[in-house]
Ligand binder design. Structure first.
Ligand code: ZN
Length: 502
């Protein structure tokens, strides 16, 4: 290892450790921490965030970064770390330390304010906090734009945080292509919606049995419980400390058994990605998934392309039926498959089916693009939300909880994040198409050989961490860069086939 890099690595390990502590607080708040802990915990998070900031932004790190610029014998790993740290450093350096601390405290508090407002169906309670979060995000984006340039708008800058190289222009094209392809399919499923009965799905499925099945499923999909945890939280998510500590959550609903199953499979996709990062990269700035879109491609691949397929359920459905003998007694595999693939416009993104999902993202994309680039009041934002649901999905929220308050993202400052869900979903279809050309995919699924699929994903995607970006990974693996046509073809074929004979 280059001796100067070794010195930098020591500093980075400290940064990483503080980040790990912050991540653990996040995990704890979402899973086990008592409600009243939030005030003091937020204070501790504010202080730790300040430590984190100071561990990275200081003269010593700056000097080492400058020194490393002149080194000629860096290996690929060292170069990748340097690139990543420089990017973070240059951006953080532009934010004054006190503002960074204020912002960290704000977003750690805002989640519980959002939660309360959502519970009360009252956007008014959350609006002032959201306004503050947006204010910080605008200010921070402006710091970067002013210092570095290169972005055509504030929103472009935020997009780039989650998906390197993607621009508003590209996404406008992507979404308009999706809209053109999806809207006619949505019309078809709406016309035939009464032809699919899935009354079985809302029978009572005791949580204990659901839990047992989901643990079985987690093992079945190859999630290693020696390096991972499955817990419960209100909104399922994945977090990780390094490749040997990967944590996922799910949420059980007694009269909606599918909900936990597909949440679990989704998070396992994220979890397998993090577990697959190479040992030489983990616990470093390049030791995680390369982008939000790439991450989402892994979760969506398992949840939808694999997890809703006949081949996947052929061996699994008998196990599910065994667990829920009474509830599923009169349900055949065919009925179940039609049920889990049914599409219908709805108000809640996380419960949306594969077909309408991207329309939910489109709504959020258009709104956040507008409020980041222009001045909007909180009332205008809410109004725009309702208006766009009416326009794209033909339904209007009856209260704020199923409208503008449904997602946690904006409360945490994750603005520009939503498009990654649609990009990832499209990438999943592209990868699925590729897998079919390099392995007997359906046969593996029917035989329960999930490890063969994961092995391939580890080899071609996961192990690289952030040392390759999404476009490079796709190009090297499939021979082409991001191409949404696979996704469109997948949806068209799938839904035409599913609905044509009804
Ligand atoms: Zn996800």
């Amino acid at each position: 290892m280059n001796p100067v890099f070794k010195q930098l690595k020591q500093e980075l390990d400290r940064v990483q450790s503080l980040f790990m502590a912050l991540t653990l607080f996040d995990w704890d708040s979402a899973t086990q921490a008592p409600k009243e802990s939030i005030g003091l915990t937020s204070k501790a998070i504010g202080i730790l965030s300040n430590e984190y900031y100071n561990a990275l932004i200081n003269d010593k790190v700056k000097r080492l970064l400058v020194q490393l610029e002149g080194e000629t014998d860096l290996d690929d790993y060292e170069k990748a770390v340097l690139k990543e740290v420089k990017k973070d450093y240059e951006e953080m350096e532009l934010i004054p330390a006190d503002e960074y601390q204020q912002y960290s405290e704000l977003v750690s508090n805002s989640k519980s304010i959002w939660e309360k407002a959502k519970k009360n169906h009252d956007f008014e309670q959350f609006a002032p906090t959201l306004e503050e979060v947006i204010g910080f995000k605008k200010k921070f984006a402006d710091y970067t734009i002013k210092a570095k340039g290169g972005f055509s708008s504030r929103y472009d800058k935020l997009l780039n945080d989650y998906e390197e190289g993607f621009t508003t222009k590209q996404l406008d094209e992507f979404f308009s292509r999706l809209k053109e392809a999806i809207v006619p399919l949505v019309q078809m499923v709406v016309e035939k919606k009464d032809k699919i009965q899935k009354e079985y799905a809302t029978r009572l499925y005791p949580i204990k049995e659901q839990e047992e099945f989901n643990i079985f499923l987690t093992n079945y999909l190859g999630f290693d419980f020696n390096r991972g945890v499955l817990a419960q939280s209100a909104h399922p998510f994945t977090t990780n400390l390094h490749n040997k500590d990967v944590r996922i959550t799910t949420a059980y609903i007694e009269d909606l058994m599918e909900s936990a199953i597909f949440s679990t499979i989704h998070e396992i996709g994220h979890g397998l990605y993090e577990m697959g990062v190479d040992d030489t990269l983990t616990f470093s700035p390049v030791g995680g998934g390369t982008s939000m879109g790439m991450h989402e491609s892994q979760s969506r691949l398992f949840e939808n392309n694999i997890g809703r397929s006949r081949a996947f359920w052929e061996p699994l459905f008998p196990v599910l039926k065994e667990k829920f003998k009474e509830q599923l007694e009169d349900v055949s595999l065919d009925t179940f498959l039609i049920g889990i693939n049914k599409a219908e416009p709805s108000l809640i993104r996380i419960e949306a089916d594969e077909l309408t999902y991207s329309l939910h993202i489109m709504v959020r994309y258009e709104i956040e693009k507008q409020f980041m680039n222009e001045d909007m009041t909180m009332d205008q934002i809410k109004e725009l939300w309702n208006q766009k649901y009416e326009e794209y999905l033909g339904i209007c929220p009856t209260n704020d909880a199923e409208g503008i308050l449904q997602d946690v993202h904006w409360s945490q400052g994750s603005i520009g994040y939503f498009p990654s869900y649609a990009i990832g979903t499209a990438v999943a279809a592209q990868i699925y198409a590729h897998l079919q050309t390099v392995m007997p995919l359906e046969q593996y699924l029917r035989e329960g050989k999930l490890e063969e699929i994961t092995k391939y994903l580890h080899e071609h995607i996961h192990r690289f961490g952030k040392t390759k970006n999404m476009q490079e990974i796709l190009k090297d693996m499939t021979g082409e860069q991001f191409n949404p046509e696979y996704y469109i073809k997948y949806l068209q074929e799938k839904y035409t086939k599913l609905y044509e004979n009804l």
